[in-house]
Design a protein around this ligand. Structure first.
Ligand code: NAP
Length: 245
């Protein structure tokens, strides 16, 4: 795929799926602007080459800073919202604080960032927005992560609304819903023990394994590219067949 001439903003670009996406898009010729918090990782992202793009430090929970942040950005052809968190919180240990933390990062941040970018006219005509949802909440349930599942299901609903609102400008809005992917988010997940993860992997029809981040990045690149020019409001599942069983 050739993404020459496309300028793409990627959140969560310092780790996992976002990092693999930033790398894949840059390799396909896109000018990549990567967003994260960790300075060391942002420097590594810069060192990897962004084709004239930048690695930006920004905390997506700092909602009051969004307007000024968006005003300082260039116009983008695509935005990939990959930043996300998961927290183990079974019903007995549920708290509003934990719920809010998850929903703020996974659901409110991508909606607010999209709104500020649209208001500041930073989404180019004919562009593409991609939200990282999950099979969790959209296709399946997993114990312990109600807030996460709720935030991901919300993204799929939200994308359909934004798809209609932005269609007159030719801007497409789609979601990608991975199953489990080998990233720090999964390595650090406490809602599954290591033993449970090993057993869970066996249930993935394609290879009895979790996905690698680049296998999700390829689908994101397709949605960023003009190859998906007539797709909007959709949710693409990337789970090795896990959820069709
Ligand atoms: N891994 C999976 O199995 C899986 C499955 C389905 C869906 N997903 C979704 O895919 C997306 C990426 O997941 P991942 O596995 O790649 O996660 P990851 O490796 O843990 O990376 C998370 C990224 O989000 C950034 N981030 C988190 N909170 C932030 C904040 N407040 N402000 C700015 N950046 C913030 C982190 O930046 P810093 O490190 O710089 O702070 C990091 O770059 C998430 O939305 C996740 O829910 C993942």
């Amino acid at each position: 795929m050739n993404l020459n001439g496309k300028r793409v903003l990627v959140t969560g670009a310092t780790s996992g799926i976002g990092l693999a996406t930033a790398r894949a898009l840059a390799a396909m010729g896109a000018e990549v602007w990567g967003l994260g918090r960790d300075e060391g990782r942002l420097q590594a992202l810069r060192d990897g080459g962004l084709n004239g793009g930048q690695a930006l430090a920004f905390d997506l929970l700092d909602f009051s800073a969004y307007r000024a942040f968006a005003a300082g950005l260039p116009v983008f052809d695509a935005v990939v919202h990959s930043a996300g968190v998961v927290e183990n919180s079974p019903l007995r240990y549920f708290s509003l604080e934990k719920y809010q933390r998850t929903v703020d990062t996974n659901q409110s941040a991508p909606l607010l960032l999209s709104a500020e970018l649209a208001r500041a006219a930073k989404l180019g005509a004919g562009g593409s927005l991609v939200f990282l949802a999950s099979i969790s909440g959209t296709s399946i349930g997993m114990k312990g992560i109600a807030a996460y599942a709720a935030s991901k299901a919300a993204l799929v609903g939200m994308a359909k609304v934004l798809a209609l609102e932005l269609a007159p400008k030719g801007i497409r809005v789609n979601c990608v819903s991975p199953g489990m992917v080998n990233t720090e988010l999964v390595a650090g997940a406490t809602y599954l023990s290591d033993e449970a993860k090993r057993a869970d992997m066996q249930k993935y029809p394609l290879g009895g394994r979790y996905a690698e981040p680049r296998e999700v990045a390829g689908v994101i690149a397709f949605l960023v590219s003009d190859h998906s020019s007539f797709m909007t409001g959709q949710n693409l599942t990337v789970d090795g067949g896990y959820s069709i069983q």
